[in-house]
Design a binder for this molecule. Structure first.
Ligand code: FAD
Length: 169
């Protein structure tokens, strides 16, 4: 079970556990040899800890346009998440990927910009408290999990959000 996939239950302090010691035959030598540890770029980022995530998908168009979501994330003290195609294109390190083969996140606010909402992405973020989806396609599946859906061009909406937050923060 991956972290944050399920909501925690209320603790039941009446339950008791039982410790069972099991004899196992430990191999004398590990079957795995670690030859070298290489720290990847962005490994220090843990988007799973962020309360606010501004996420970009292929709708962002090109790597330079990521500056739009980075600016909004910085302003709100949040982290930047991305869909897998952006990681595959090397626009962002893997540490930022949300979804089945990336991180499962559960922030207080998840703003999805230009993300269609394929199941492999939704698995990683659908438990977020509030989801705002910005997509120009009114039939995009991301709207099925969105708390607030904005049908429109992210290149108009994201700068407006940034401008608004700059004015009030
Ligand atoms: P697209 O599906 O291409 O969507 C782009 C969206 O942007 C569209 O909905 C479009 O309407 C919108 N758009 C375009 N321009 C604008 C604009 N100007 N303004 C507003 N909206 C705009 N994906 C993940 O994200 N995470 C995973 O961990 C993951 N794991 C996978 C594992 C497997 C085994 C497989 C097979 C796939 C996995 N995928 C994963 C890929 C997944 O299936 C999708 O291909 C991917 O999530 C699509 O990314 P996207 O939404 O950014 O792109």
């Amino acid at each position: 079970v991956r972290p944050k996939v399920f909501m925690p239950l209320e603790p039941d302090h009446n339950r008791e556990g039982k410790i069972t010691k099991v004899d196992i035959n430990k191999p004398e030598k590990s079957l795995v040899d670690i030859l070298e540890m290489i720290k990847g770029e962005g490994d220090s980022i843990n988007i799973g800890d962020a309360d606010i995530i501004i996420a970009a998908g292929k709708g962002i168009g090109n790597v330079k346009n990521l500056a739009l979501v980075e600016e909004l994330a910085d302003l709100l003290g949040g982290a930047v998440g991305v869909s897998r195609p952006l990681v595959d294109s090397a626009w962002k390190p893997y540490a930022h990927q949300v979804g089945q083969t990336g991180k499962t996140v559960c922030p207080k606010l998840y703003i999805a910009c230009g993300i269609s909402g394929q199941i492999q992405h939704l698995i990683g973020m659908k438990s977020s408290d509030v989801i705002v989806a910005i997509n120009k396609d009114p039939d995009a599946p991301i709207f099925s999990v969105a708390t607030y859906g904005i049908v429109g061009d992210l290149f108009k909406i994201v700068p407006q959000l940034t401008k608004h937050f700059k004015a009030i923060l």
